[in-house]
Design a protein around this ligand. Structure first.
Ligand code: CA
Length: 519
């Protein structure tokens, strides 16, 4: 009798297990959205037509915005490549995830990440393209990454099995193709999360042969503050990232002066004969003309600016086209209805504002980043959001969308509540901390941005404070710190800064402020 009971129980258990194993999991697999996150490198919102740019058209990024949401107030916590990726992965500030700068940081892959959570929750996960975190990716069923910054032509990849693979072609096309190969061969019984890490539009802005000369007929207007004198802004005054002084005629703008010099340039020497012939046929006549002009002073700086704009935007044209190719893939394979697509850059970039290229600062052009997101069924097409969101928020947003719990130590906030509920005002203050103290001579700093003001504390290279009223001075040219009439505003912002530092447990920043108070 006892045996009989046990048998019945076993049958019951196994049939209910079968139910759980088959029906609900299959249902869950259908319901749970796939996730595609496309991360570009140094792509300025000023150059994206969805953001109103007149510099060029970006129809495919615009398509994501038009079919989903355009975030007009998306920011990063630390405006530089590796650190931004570490923030995206972990949903934690640099001082918590440990990857503070591109100089000496190595990402500790043993820590938690949204990808590990997704993988544990039944997702198939992959990262293909630029990674730049110095250690091996963890939490992925598949990865294929560019070593360090990677190369524009015929890029090498580090593979999971320790081997290297070189793929002939232009990097943005190659990365897109490799992601399609992975998608074609994935396990279709599981939802997937794919991160596409594009190299474009990073320095040295080397375009695809198909895009050379695309913007040569355009004369780009100089930004109003192109000849900024940095009055009242000590850190800005000592930087080394200007188009006039820092941008190199050879390395950056491909005017090498001789074949010998061009041959030793890493980007050029790896091109195949056909690629090299096309690239040379484009740049050599420009160089010959440039040599004849013998430009100096402002004329030379403005020539450099035009060349920079033309190369950068040509690189961006390929990026946008390849984003379109990824969207087309999803369409063709019936995946678009059930796939979230997020496009963002790892941070913003200067297109000549303040006379600069590069990033790093808490000033708007580098602090802000383009971010658009398509989520059929949840985000209404054509939504524009002015809520403060950050790269810090990608991890919790994706976890919420996948129906997985958000670990308590994640510091970002899911972006879904502000999208679902118009009355939700979201975050009111943005906290920022930049650490690197090397290339481009940008002083480390931390600070906050409220809806109207920005308070910044520079340290190490430059010691001092800055305060901006973004309503009256959106280009951040007039440092109001210590000026008459701003005492109460500064005191209020200072209190808010301390509150943010305490909330995010940024002990490095706290120690600096404690020292200030002891003086
Ligand atoms: Ca970057």
């Amino acid at each position: 009798m006892k045996i009989f009971k046990t048998l019945i129980l076993l049958v019951l258990v196994s049939s209910s297990m079968l139910l759980f194993a088959q029906v609900p999991q299959k249902e869950a697999a259908v319901k749970r959205p796939n996730i595609v996150i496309i991360i570009s490198d140094d792509h300025a919102y000023q150059t994206i037509s969805a953001y109103g740019s007149k510099m060029m058209q970006t129809p495919n990024i615009d398509r994501i915005a038009n079919e989903g949401v355009r975030f007009d107030k998306a920011y990063v916590t630390n405006s530089i490549c590796g650190p931004s990726r570490a923030v995206i992965l972990t949903g934690k500030y640099s001082h918590k995830n440990g990857f503070k700068d591109n100089e000496s940081s190595v990402f500790n892959g043993d820590q938690d990440s949204f990808v590990k959570q997704l993988q544990g929750g039944g997702y198939q996960t992959a990262w293909i393209g630029k990674w730049h975190l110095e250690s091996k990716p963890q939490g992925f069923d598949f990865w294929q990454i560019l070593p360090n910054q990677g190369q524009y032509y015929n890029p090498d990849f580090n593979m999971m099995d320790g081997s290297k693979k070189r793929v002939e072609g232009y990097v943005t096309n190659v990365i897109t193709e490799e992601t399609e190969n992975w998608l074609n061969n994935r396990d279709e019984s599981k939802p997937f999360c794919l991160v596409i890490g594009h190299k474009a539009t990073h320095r040295v802005w080397l375009p695809d042969t198909a895009d050379l000369g695309k913007f040569d007929q355009v004369n780009f207007p100089l930004p109003a503050n192109f000849y900024d004198t940095y009055k009242g802004r000590k850190a800005a005054g000592i930087q080394d990232m200007s188009i006039a002084k820092t941008m190199l005629i050879g390395y950056d703008l491909k005017m090498f002066g001789s074949d010998e010099k061009e041959n030793i340039d890493g980007n050029f020497k790896r091109m195949n004969v056909k690629q090299r012939a096309k690239v040379d046929a484009y740049y050599k006549p420009i160089e010959a003309k440039f040599n004849g002009l013998k430009l100096e002073g402002k004329a030379l700086t403005e020539w450099k600016f035009q060349r920079y704009m033309r190369d950068y935007l040509s690189t961006a044209a390929s990026l946008d086209r390849n984003i379109g190719r990824t969207l087309d893939y999803l369409d063709k394979h019936g995946l678009n209805d059930n796939t979230i697509v997020i496009y963002l850059s790892d941070q913003g970039f200067y297109m000549g504002e303040h006379g600069w290229f590069d990033k790093r600062w808490i000033y708007e052009e580098s602090f802000r980043t383009p971010m658009v997101m398509r989520y059929p069924g949840l985000i209404k097409a054509g939504t524009v959001s002015d809520r403060f969101v950050m790269n810090l928020d990608i991890a919790p947003t994706v976890l919420e969308a996948a129906g997985l719990p958000i670990p308590k130590d994640v510091q970002g906030k899911s972006m879904l509540p502000v999208l679902k509920n118009k009355a939700d005002k979201g975050r009111q203050v943005l906290y920022y901390h930049y650490y690197e103290n090397g290339e481009h001579a940008v002083s480390p700093h931390f600070g906050i941005r409220t809806k109207r003001y920005k308070l910044i504390r520079f340290y190490k290279r430059v010691e001092g404070w800055e305060l901006y009223d973004l309503k009256t001075d959106p280009d951040e040219m007039d440092n109001k710190y210590g000026k008459k009439g701003y005492e109460a505003i500064t005191a209020g912002l200072n209190k808010e800064l301390i509150s943010q530092i305490e909330q995010f447990e940024d002990n490095d920043a706290l120690r600096i402020l404690e020292k200030d108070n002891k003086k």
